[in-house]
Design a binder for this molecule. Sequence first.
Ligand code: DX5
Ligand code: ZN
Length: 216
Amino acid sequence: MIKISPSILAADFRKLGQQVEMVELAGADMLHIDVMDGHFVPNITMGPGIIESLRPYSNLPFDVHLMVQEPDRFVKPFVKAGADILTVHVEASCHIHRTISIIKEFGIKAGVALNPATSEDSLKYILDDIDMILVMSVNPGFGGQKFIPKTLEKLRRVKEMVGDRPIDIEVDGGINLHNIYDITKAGANVIVAGVAIFHANDVPDMIKSFRESAAL
Ligand code: DX5
Ligand code: ZN
């Protein structure tokens, strides 16, 4: 069974609280929250204050994707704001093992994200320490980009490398009803979707269609 994590980057920011309630009612499993610092990626989005203010609107696990340089500095504020899973980029931390340890010390789940050009080999020695691998299928920074096909090959390798460890494999960027079958067949079980979900005419129906179109 796949898990669907709508990305609020594509939500209507004028009514973010209602949009968060709406996707929960529509059947989402998690809520994907994109944090960008204008340094690791060429865009700025939201900080812990916004996440804290959204927390009362939802019981969904908050799946916080930190696209920030030197993420160690921000672990505590995002945990306090209500993150349930904190995902950091392997490219953004010189000492990713330490970063993961800091996250785990707070008792929440730790994820590690890979940019499209980053090899899964960078995770080889931390596989027993992480709860999720986020395979980026676009270059991070913006919603509404096109899915990079090479991601499928990487997903298959990640799936093989993970073996029977209890690690979620998440994919993020350009996912829609046309490619979700191949993505899930390649090994992903957590699907992030921004535009495809928040811009759908009928959001509950879109989430249902995502599940029906998946290979798992
Ligand atoms: C991109 C973000 C994604 C983005 C995905 O940097 O990490 O989460 O919101 O958006 P879509 O599904 O619209 O490509
Ligand atoms: Zn994301």
